[in-house]
Structures are given as C-alpha cells and as structure tokens.
Design a protein around this ligand. Structure first.
Ligand SMILES: [Zn+2]
Length: 461
C-alpha cells in the first residue's frame, strides 16, 4: 500500500514531473482500484460486528448491521456496536465522520425520541430530529423508507432537468432523441429503458443471491415473467418516430435514401444547438406561418410566406421553394456544395487547394477538372455548362471516363424526380461527349436540401 501511494504521489506527463500530490486521507476518485482496496480494508469490521453477538432476528434473518462501502447502519445495541467501530477505525487510522452520524429509536414500529450516544473521551452522536429523514445508500429513510419524499425529490430533479432540456427551441420530435445516431436520431439513452434494464438486472441478482436478507427481498417481485422479452430497443424507438404523421416523414424518407444521409450526425461534430436546429427542420418542427395558422393555432392570420407573400409558408417552401430566396441564398448554397465537391476532387487528383473547403475558389480549368465551363461542341447542345466536368484517363490515353456533375439541392422528398430530370437534361451532352471523346460518361448529382442522399450517388463518384 505504501509503495502504491508513493507511485501515485508524483504526477508525470510526457516524462516531466508536474509536481507531488500529497494524499492525506480518503480514496482516489475515479479509480476503480480504490473502492476495491477500501472494501478489503473494511472487511474485518463486518466480521467483528457479526462476532459480537449483538444482533437480532427478524423473519428468520439475523442481522447486526448493514454495510455498503462507506455507508454503515447499526441496529439493536448501538452503543456497544459503535464502540467496536470506533476501536476498529482507530486501529486502521480511519476517521468516522461523526457529524454525519445520527441515531433513530423505533419502538413497536413507531419512531420515538431517543437519547444521544456518548463516546469516550468527549464525542457525542445526537438523535435525528423526529421530523427529519436520513439517507442510507442515497435513499431517504426514517422509520422505514420514506417513499413519498424520495418520489417527491426525484420528481423535482427530473422536472428541473426536463425543463432545461425543453428550453432548447425549437421542438423536434422527442422520440427521435432515443434513436441511434446512425439511424438519424440523436443517440440519447432513454431513462425508461435504463430503469427497466436496472430492474431486470437487480431482480436477476436477487433471484440467485444466497444471502438470507437478499433472499427475503427477492420475494418482492420487481419484474413480472415475460417482461424482459418486451424490453424496448433502438428499433422500437425508430418505429415510434416513423409512425408520427408529420415528424415521421423524415424517418420514412431515411428508409429509402442512402444510409450515409445521417452520417453528418456522427462525423460533422456540430455544436448541439446547431444540430438540434437541423433536426427540427428535418422534423418540420419550425414555427412557420403555415404550422401556426393550421396546426398550433397560435393566432397567425395568414399561412402565407413572409418573404414572397404568395405561397404557403411551410418548411419545404422556406428551404427550397421561395422565389424570393432563389437568386440569393439558394444560389449560394448550390455554389457551396459544388465548390466543396471541387475542393474534394482537387485533393483526389493532387491539384492545388486551400486548407478549408469553405474558402475554396475553384479555377475554371485545371488538369482534369473543369468548373462551370461552357463546352464547345460540333453539334448544338443546349445544356452544355455543367457545374463540374471530371475527366479521368483509364490506362493510357483511351478510353476515358468522363463524369458530368450538375448539382441540385431539391426538397428531400423529391430527390428521385430531380435526379431523373438532371439525367435527361444532360443526355444530349453525354451522347455528344461519348461520340467525340470516346469512353464512358456518367451524369449525377442531386443532394437533398436537408441532407438526404440518393442511393445512386456512390455509384457515380
Ligand atoms: Zn416565399
């Protein structure tokens, strides 16, 4: 033990000694070995108390004390038992927090006023005031477990935390919080599930316990037969989310688009409020005029868009359908997606590029990537200025692999239609390039406004 604490005394980082830490008492927090050592040190105490013969029998179980790590409850002859504890503590140089100790006197099931205990030379343990409770293993008790107060306290704490959580506006689907991140949820553990899991584990532990007192407890059934099988899992949370009329639309969409559509939740590391905002938009939970007018009935006199005053202001309209935003923010978004992709290609083909994609200004012509470039062709082709044209040589000069990339960010539910539209729009250019340059030509690309990706995307790139 002494060697161990010497080792722990010197704090080192990168072979530099940061300084000495002097442990004077207590156990080291956050170290799983510490409580184990603490328990080993305390084991003789429980043997001493058992051997004292100062116990009493209830329901055929004989007990003198209840000990869990540093929580000790003595029953029956408290003065004699306390003296044993005191002597033992002195022997192993442990201090008892006497100011945290109290006595409770119970007479025929009723809590009555008791006396204080005097320990030599001049220490006193006072009785607990009649109206107060004490904590054993974190649970409030008096004559028995104070269920009402325990519930009241737990409720207050739960409401306080829930209130804090709900303050973060806007309100996306609550069920989605417990869906796995790779399935498009926010990956939080469900408290209900955790409590139930604990119940199952506890009842299993009690069922196989050989300690008489625990055997008695196991007769109180926490978990009914068959409940274990009904345990909710992540799939259940997803199904509940999917079943919602408005919020569930995104869940339904995720089933048909590429699974990487939710990858941003695991890899983008956005700030929690930004992430919550995007999630709320996907759930269409923004307080739009349409939602206020028809669903929430919060007094909006019109359902029309605040910018164009022409169409209904839905989330879909704001992110992809407003004519007033088309030339400004939609255009900027389109350019950003395209230049991010261009930046990525520059990396792939070892072309010069800046450190961040968001600062990238694409050159019109680089070695094998053309940016927003009008193609000169022998035949008349109307759509001949795609966002990006990628020319890859496959072993030698011919055949070539050409990819026409034209970006669209439509409302996510119309991905498939938009993709079809782009493919047919660039069909003449594709045929002309294949004829003039040879090789294979492919045409993508569509990315949903809110992040949905078509399953075909990976095949194109
Ligand atoms: Zn509008």
């Amino acid at each position: 033990m002494q060697n161990g604490s010497k080792l722990l005394k010197k704090r080192k980082f990168n072979n530099n000694t940061l300084g000495a830490v002097n442990f004077r008492r207590g156990i080291f927090r956050g170290d799983s070995l510490s409580p184990m050592l603490f328990l080993i040190c305390l084991l003789p105490l429980t043997t001493l108390l058992k051997k004292s013969g100062l116990d009493f029998t209830i329901h055929n179980v004989t007990i003198s004390h209840l000990l869990c790590v540093d929580d000790l409850k003595l029953v029956k002859d408290i003065l004699a038992l306390t003296k044993i504890v005191k002597t033992f503590s002195n022997d192993i140089c442990m201090q008892i927090g006497l100011d945290k100790c109290a006595t409770v006197t119970i007479n025929r099931g009723q809590v009555v006023r008791g006396d204080s205990i005097k320990l030599p030379p001049d220490e006193v343990i006072d009785p607990l005031p009649l109206e107060e409770s004490y904590k054993h293993l974190g649970i409030l008790e008096h004559g028995s477990i104070n269920n009402i107060d325990v519930k009241k306290k737990a409720k207050m704490e739960f409401k306080k935390r829930l209130h804090q959580l709900l303050k973060s506006k806007p309100k996306a689907d609550v069920g989605r919080l417990n869906v796995l991140r790779r399935k498009g949820g926010r990956g939080l553990k469900s408290i209900e599930d955790l409590v139930f899991k604990e119940q199952c584990a506890l009842s299993e532990y009690l069922k196989h316990s050989t300690t008489p007192a625990l055997k008695l407890v196991s007769k109180e059934k926490f978990v009914e037969k068959g409940m274990r099988e009904n345990q909710t899992d992540h799939e259940d949370h997803f199904m509940k989310w999917k079943a919602k009329a408005l919020h569930g639309k995104w869940a339904k969409l995720l089933k048909i688009v590429d699974e990487d559509s939710s990858k941003w939740l695991r890899t983008a590391h956005l700030k929690p409020p930004t992430e919550a905002f995007i999630i709320a938009v996907q759930d269409q939970a923004l307080h739009t005029n349409w939602l206020g007018h028809y669903v929430l009935k919060t007094g909006e006199t019109t359902d029309k868009c605040r910018r164009c005053k022409k169409f209904a202001e839905t989330v879909m309209h704001i992110v992809s359908g407003c004519p007033m935003l088309a030339q400004g923010v939609y255009h900027e978004r389109h350019t950003q997606v395209a230049s991010a992709l261009h930046w990525d290609f520059c990396g792939q083909y070892q072309l010069p590029r800046g450190q961040h994609w968001w600062e990238h200004k694409p050159e019109p012509v680089t070695k094998n990537v053309l940016w927003d470039f009008t193609m000169r062709l022998d035949r008349l082709v109307e759509a001949r200025k795609p966002d990006i044209l990628l020319i890859q040589k496959v072993s030698g000069s011919n055949p070539q692999k050409i990819t026409i990339i034209d970006i669209a960010c439509p409302w996510d539910e119309t991905l498939a239609e938009k993709e079809e539209e782009k493919i047919s729009k660039y069909q003449p250019l594709r045929m002309e390039l294949e004829r003039a340059w040879g090789g294979k030509v492919k045409v993508p690309i569509v990315v949903g406004t809110l992040g949905a990706l078509p399953k075909t995307l990976k095949g194109y790139l």
